[in-house]
Design a protein. Structure first.
Length: 284
């Protein structure tokens, strides 16, 4: 079996970044998380530690959680990433300009052989790669939330992505015990495009009074065997995140992805889903 990358950098230590860091550290990688201030760095490490404790409680760790956590460190700047990293994954929020700037900054620090990846769920990988001098070493690596428990990683290949870059990414994803799907760079890729289409239609159904959120979710969960309904999933993803993706798809693919007024209103009121305590459901 191919070994996990020895050294991994993760730019951003939020829920997704911490999950990516946990997954690679569990596979044996030394992981460096970039967070801009001490408080954010401490929160990132606590997210990883909490995830590892939960994995240990479920007997899903092959070694003590503290030992795995010892492979995770934090730095305050992309400039402090290890130059010998095999892989650097950018995992900040969906802002194309910010992502491109961070990836370009990372490219200046790491070796020419280092693979760069973005965890974007909808933005053009080719456009992000246009900020790089070595776009052949870049691709999309779309993880799913929660990263440690999710089985899937969507690998997004831009026209410039090199074959060896793709092979390395596939090997590493399989080392994490996850399944890969490879898609060509296009708006929303495969997963976000289909997932958002279903989620937006469910929101329109609530908006027009067809059914309550729980009834819509039960219809998809029990009738179509989805692990959870589209509205509960929207709450978990974050209504603000779903709105941003919908706006991008609306701009690139047309009116069928126009965000419903109900979604815009909820985001404006701060009803963002689980992270705010209120979305289509009330969360403890």
């Amino acid at each position: 079996m191919t070994a996990a990358p020895a050294v991994v950098g993760v730019i951003g230590g939020g829920r997704m970044g911490a999950g990516i860091a946990q997954s690679f550290a569990t596979a044996g990688s030394a992981v460096t998380i970039v967070e801009s201030d001490a408080r954010s760095a401490a929160q990132a490490l606590e997210r990883v530690a909490t995830g590892l404790r939960r994995a240990a409680e479920r007997d899903r760790l092959a070694e003590p959680a503290d030992r795995v956590l010892g492979r995770v460190t934090t730095v305050a700047s992309v400039a402090d990433l290890p130059a010998h990293a095999d892989l650097v994954v950018e995992a900040v929020f969906e802002d194309a300009g910010l992502k491109a700037a961070l990836l370009a900054a990372a490219e200046k620090v790491v070796a020419a052989r280092t693979v760069l990846a973005s965890n974007t769920s909808s933005l053009s990988v080719a456009e992000l790669g246009s900020a790089l001098t070595r776009p052949g070493r870049f691709l999309g690596m779309h993880f799913f939330n929660p990263v440690p428990a999710s089985e899937l990683v969507e690998i997004v290949v831009a026209p410039a992505t090199g074959d060896d870059t793709l092979r390395s990414a596939l090997d590493w994803i399989r080392c994490l015990g996850k399944k890969d799907v490879v898609v060509k760079d296009s708006p929303g890729f495969a997963s976000s495009r289909l997932g958002v289409a279903l989620g937006l239609e469910a929101i329109r159904m609530v908006e027009s009074g067809v059914a309550e959120p729980e009834a819509i979710d039960d219809a998809m969960r029990l009738g179509y065997k989805h692990p959870m309904g589209p509205l509960r999933l929207t709450d978990l993803v974050g209504l603000d995140v779903r709105l941003a993706i919908a706006e991008h798809l609306h701009a690139t693919l047309g009116e069928r992805f126009a965000p419903p007024r109900l979604l815009r209103d909820k985001v404006a009121r701060g009803e963002l889903g689980r992270k705010s305590g209120q979305g289509f459901y009330t969360w403890e």
